[in-house]
Design a protein around this ligand. Structure first.
Ligand code: NAP
Length: 346
């Protein structure tokens, strides 16, 4: 069994890592960290995991988390990951980092969007962006994976076949995205206090959200030329789920069915991407708790626009599920190990 540590185990993505890893056939979790909940048991912090773990949360220190564990997931807020990840890598551990600290390849872009200088530029260059459907071969040999953000995951998977098949006419792509409140993490704040968020819906950080450079970095890499997006995220009063509605300008004059076939070919053999048939729209409900990205495609011929709707569970395919998928690839396990579960319905 692979011995694994989850750093930042008391948060939402940490809890999802523990939930999924509890049934993973090749993994044993040996260490879990939290600052505020140190000394408490996993079951006290996550009652849904009662009976699955006999572990006590302990404060983060490289020695503690690194001693027994061969593989480490870091699920910390951005800005706090660089130092511990660097220590773990130095100790020869394999790491999947769920924060944004190693996603942007250009340290100046990191500084511009995150407001601080990147503290380990060498390690940044060695990190591999861990979206398996795009970068699987690079992930295989990596020691450090930058796990993708939730909005980028749904958006990039939604757009990629259009870029690869040169159906985008080069004009600006618009991404209108909605996320459930768990996307903001477990720490309480006024904006996601129940009376403030329930029955409300609002855009936030239109055109300035930190996932913009991440989305553009990957799409530009796939296209081989600069792709720009107009990205507007919204907060919706649900616990989990994320929907990206993507408008891609096109000169394509064929049929919608042909584009759907291109998507099916593009994702043929991908275990976690489900391309829907014509006329069907994905719903966040259908991927709840699961590692799937469901994609629906419509061609709006009148406006010269391909409209893509892409849904994920932000905590699973948007975080913990992809992180475990990355671990499976890095370790040479079957990629679906521990992950092939249908979503909860309703
Ligand atoms: N939520 C999502 O949908 C989502 C999706 C994709 C990626 N992510 C990214 O994944 C990371 C974790 O997100 P989350 O939603 O799980 O956040 P969260 O619920 O706020 O959990 C954060 C975790 O980090 C720990 N922590 C916070 N500050 C720390 C510090 N200075 N030193 C050590 N531990 C510290 C917390 O422990 P204590 O508070 O118990 O001390 C907690 O275990 C973030 O970088 C986030 O951007 C989140």
């Amino acid at each position: 069994m692979l011995k694994v540590a989850v750093v930042g185990a008391s948060g939402y993505t940490g809890g999802e890592l523990l939930r999924i890893l509890a049934l993973h056939p090749y993994v044993k979790v040996v260490a879990v960290t939290s600052e505020k909940s140190s000394g408490r048991s996993v079951a006290q912090v996550f009652p849904n995991l009662t009976g699955f773990y006999d572990l006590i949360l302990q404060p983060l220190s490289p020695e503690i988390a690194g001693a027994d564990a061969e593989f480490i997931f870091t699920a910390l807020p951005h800005g706090t990951s660089v130092a511990p990840v660097a220590e773990f890598v130095k100790m020869g551990k394999m790491v999947v980092d769920l924060s944004a600290d190693f996603r942007l390849k250009d340290p100046l872009a990191y500084e511009e969007w995150y407001g601080v200088k990147h503290a380990d530029k060498d390690l940044l260059q060695n990190a591999v962006y861990g979206l398996p459907e795009i970068y699987r071969s690079r992930i295989k040999g990596a020691a450090l994976i930058a796990n993708p953000g939730c909005y980028p995951t749904a958006s990039i998977l939604g757009i990629t076949p259009i870029i690869r098949n040169r159906l985008h006419n080069g004009e600006r792509i618009i991404i209108d995205a909605k996320s459930a409140i768990s996307g903001a993490g477990r720490s309480p704040a006024l904006s996601w206090h129940f009376p403030e968020a329930h029955e409300g819906m609002e855009a936030y950080k239109p055109g300035t959200h930190r996932h913009i450079p991440e989305i553009e970095q990957v799409l530009s890499d796939i296209a081989g030329s600069t792709i720009t997006t107009c990205f507007v995220p919204h907060l919706v009063p649900a616990n989990r789920g994320l929907l990206s509605t993507i408008y891609v300008p096109t000169d394509y004059s064929g049929e919608a069915g042909d584009i759907i076939e291109l998507y099916k070919e593009s994702y043929h053999g991908e275990p976690f991407v489900r391309v829907l048939d014509a006329g069907r729209q994905p719903n966040i409900r259908n991927v709840k708790g699961a590692n799937f990205c469901d994609i629906g495609i419509t061609l709006d011929k009148r406006n010269g626009c391909i409209i893509v709707t892409s849904v994920i569970d932000n905590l699973v395919k948007g975080a913990a599920g992809t992180a475990i998928q990355n671990m499976n690839i890095m370790m040479g396990f079957e990629e679906t190990a521990g992950l092939m579960q249908p979503g909860l319905f309703p």
